[in-house]
Design a protein around this ligand. Structure first.
Ligand code: DER
Length: 232
């Protein structure tokens, strides 16, 4: 199966198993989630489901609106039944790297409000340890004025190299949906990720990290042979 069909398999399985009538659903960001929104819209139409969706980015918001799904937010629904989202890498303990698409802040907030975070991904995200397959670094959202001292502090305290994420379709750095910059921390060694997540979040100017520790309840990986592997 192609990478895209692997993504679709995982997305459909997650929507079919974790969404029911009256579900309040957190919609993640990225390319895999597109298939989940497609399946959600199909099920809402065919089964006349009452589902409301909380977006995790401008992209997710557009997907919800384009598929005529009911848009809501955390002010109306501070508690969600499920959040379905992608990941850049998943390790053997279900610790995630997220933020490859630059949407980690709202993703982590919405995921934290959901009873269960369900991850959908293709087989290239399924690793034993973080950094095995995903080589673009751990994303860290930072307040723009502080990016350089934060970069220096991470490199001095934790090693590796930290790069300011530059935009492709715009001159200068990537600016997130929240008006912040993204740093990508590469060549990191194997760490206790909950400790690292806390250390990083304590650095003044760090808004959030792409380390999702002890958050995911389950991950569905679409495999090359057309099957879906579940990891809990
Ligand atoms: O940026 C993000 O956190 C996305 O969810 C990313 O981790 C997964 O994006 P993909 O489904 O396009 O690989």
């Amino acid at each position: 199966a192609s990478l895209e069909s692997a993504k679709k398999l995982a997305a459909y399985k997650a929507v079919d198993l974790h969404v029911q009538n009256n579900s309040i659903v957190g919609v993640g960001s990225g390319s895999t989630v597109v298939y989940a929104v497609e399946r959600l819209a199909e099920r809402v139409k065919n089964e006349k489901l009452n589902v409301q969706c909380v977006p995790t980015s401008f992209q997710a918001r557009q997907l919800i609106i384009q598929h005529r799904l009911h848009l809501t937010d955390l002010e109306i629904h501070p508690r969600l039944d499920v959040c379905i989202d992608g990941a850049d890498e998943v390790d053997s303990t279900l610790t995630l790297i997220k933020g490859g698409g630059g949407c980690l802040l709202q993703e982590k907030i919405v995921a934290s409000c959901a009873k269960e975070l369900i991850i959908i991904a293709d087989y290239t995200k399924n690793s034993q340890k973080l950094g095995e397959q995903y080589k673009k670094g751990i994303p860290i959202e930072v307040v723009p004025m502080a990016y350089l001292p934060i970069k220096t502090q991470i490199e001095n305290q934790l090693g590796g190299t930290v790069e300011l994420r530059m935009a492709k379709a715009k001159a200068g750095p990537v600016v997130t949906d929240n008006g912040n910059f993204i740093l990508d921390w590469k060549n990191f060694q194997d760490y206790k990720w909950d400790t690292i997540n806390t250390k990083l979040n304590l650095i003044p100017g760090v808004v959030e990290t792409g380390l999702f520790v002890n958050m995911a309840k389950k991950a569905y990986f679409g495999l090359a042979d057309g099957s879906v592997k579940e990891q809990i």
